[in-house]
Design a protein around this ligand. Structure first.
Ligand code: FES
Length: 272
């Protein structure tokens, strides 16, 4: 057993060759603000989405269906007229239908490169910020179970594209009134439009998408279309963090709007 006053085992910031600095870090700014705000924001979303996913009520108010409950995969969901109703699960699924659907967008966001940075810093302090050493003694990165599973992000990207297509379908259906007549717009239509634009922008700004579109090419000059697309995705990718937060807020806002209308707390104003 090491003596009580023996130096900490060499490793991490105390590894041989590292500068011997006594202070935990040399930052003098409020470096903790960003990880604290990130943790608070993510926690608020987790609490809200858990409540809504398990509520299994007030998710449909013609012509709007909450993005948390679309597509309809089980028998026990309220199917939207003309909407994405697949009934793949049949009658055996007795829990809220949102739980099964949310696995895909949740998996996409949980394994997202930006969110990984955000929650590693916000919740695990690993590391808490740039130039602030983490409190953990060991660091194995994402090389071991369970974090090695983060590599499945690229597959979640394909699922996220399907989810975005379904939410696009829901947005088109929002151009009806509550009697399912086409050519109308309510305030909810605008909420859905803003949400779908942000969902697509976030999905297409994904690092995996950028690699799928323009990766593994030796000569861009021989693939002008992919090069062009790669440039566009790259421009979106620069704003990936902003789009991650904006689309997280917009999807919660779209769900909350449907909740307000479905529960009778608010009447969807008709614009035309
Ligand atoms: Fe963030 Fe793919 S890297 S969604």
């Amino acid at each position: 057993r090491p003596a009580p006053d023996s130096p900490p085992p060499a490793g991490g910031v105390t590894a041989p060759g590292r500068a011997a600095i006594r202070e935990r870090h040399l930052r003098t700014d409020r470096w903790w603000l960003a990880p604290a705000a990130t943790a608070a924001g993510l926690l608020a979303f987790v609490i809200y989405s858990t409540w809504r996913a398990f509520a299994n009520t007030d998710y449909y108010a013609a012509p709007y269906v909450s993005p948390f409950y679309s597509p309809c995969l089980a028998e026990n969901c309220e199917p939207m007229k003309g909407g994405p109703n697949f009934d793949l699960l049949g009658g055996w699924w007795g829990l809220s239908p949102a739980i099964i659907i949310l696995i895909f967008p949740l998996g996409f966001r949980l394994t997202c490169y930006y969110y990984r940075k955000a929650y590693y810093r916000g919740f695990w302090a690993s590391p808490p910020a740039c130039a602030v050493a983490e409190p953990h003694k060991k660091y194995s990165g994402e090389t071991r179970f369970p974090l090695v599973l983060q590599n499945i992000h690229r597959y979640f990207f394909y699922a996220a594209v399907l989810v975005a297509l379904i939410l696009t379908w829901d947005t088109v259906l929002a151009f009806r009134n509550s009697d399912y007549e086409w050519g109308h717009m309510g305030l909810g239509t605008l909420v859905f439009l803003a949400n779908i634009v942000l969902i697509w922008a976030y999905t297409l700004s994904c690092h995996s998408c950028r690699h799928i579109v323009g990766g593994r090419l030796k000569h861009f000059s021989k693939h002008p279309v992919r090069y062009k697309l790669w440039g566009w995705v790259g421009k979106l990718n620069e704003r990936h963090m902003f789009l991650a937060w904006a689309s997280l807020i917009s999807v919660a806002a779209a769900d909350f709007y449907v909740y307000l209308v479905a529960s009778g707390a608010f009447d969807d104003p008709t614009l035309f």
